[in-house]
Design a protein around this ligand. Sequence first.
Ligand SMILES: Nc1ncnc2c1ncn2[C@@H]1O[C@H](COP(=O)(O)OP(=O)(O)OP(=O)(O)O)[C@@H](O)[C@H]1O
Length: 278
Amino acid sequence: MQFLLEHWRDGVEILILWIGIYQLYRTFRATRGASILVGIVMILAIVTSLAFLFQLKVIAWILTRAGLFGVFALVIIFQPELRSALAKLGSSKFFTFTKNQQLEFTGMLADSAIQLSKHRIGALFALERDISLQDHLETGVPLDAEFSPELAQSIFYPKAALHDGGMILAQNRVAAAGCVFPVSQREMSDRTLGLRHRAAIGLTEETDAVCVVVSEETGSISIAENGKLTRNLTDTEFREMLEGIFLPEQKQNDDDAEETLDSKDNRIDSSDRDLVSD
Ligand SMILES: Nc1ncnc2c1ncn2[C@@H]1O[C@H](COP(=O)(O)OP(=O)(O)OP(=O)(O)O)[C@@H](O)[C@H]1O
């Protein structure tokens, strides 16, 4: 009891630090700087342990003094992530969308891409996830507008001023249009793949964004994720894939419901067979 009374503050401190470090890790784990941070922490941990183990006083002294510069270095390395985290603090990133809002947005995006495809209007959408697309947003025209299929159609209409380039969707809103994305430099086996599709692959190689491409030439719809392009999706496949990415639970429920129906059908089928054989 005496021990608890004396040391409860230490426990609270450890808990606060643990929560803080875990939240930092969660914020940065999906970013490009995450591997750099892990590398720096590992090197620092090894060198510090060696310095204290072998009583290397000068190195230990340098490490303690270098800590301050280390903080500056981290601020510079994580500048894009910090900037977007601060911007999101002021906006609504911490506001999580309800399932219904997400379902509505995904449905609207699917409707929009299918409409564009029917009219053979070329389009490129990039959907921001954990990694900020701020750098790419700055290559285009910031909009911060509510998304609607009509707006997408007006923007990608071939004679419109912003039809060239990609549209960035962040927080279920149109963040910008006319943005230039990095074109994938990977050796493509398919030489028919033009710049719009390669830009979708390039952006999803560099970030965790998901891209939707509508081909002007063929009207086909493709989705790029993690640098992989899934092409020529039918309307149903496209809707299902979008749902699978943005509403995995919803998709799972739908699949389960379908499976239950299928198994019921199978049961009916087998009983029918019995009837026939009898
Ligand atoms: N780096 C880029 N970032 C964003 N959009 C781009 C980029 N490069 C090209 N685009 C868009 O792609 C259009 C050119 O597409 P291109 O015909 O080369 O590609 P594609 O993949 O064959 O597409 P489509 O099937 O629609 O013709 C440009 O008009 C421009 O709007």
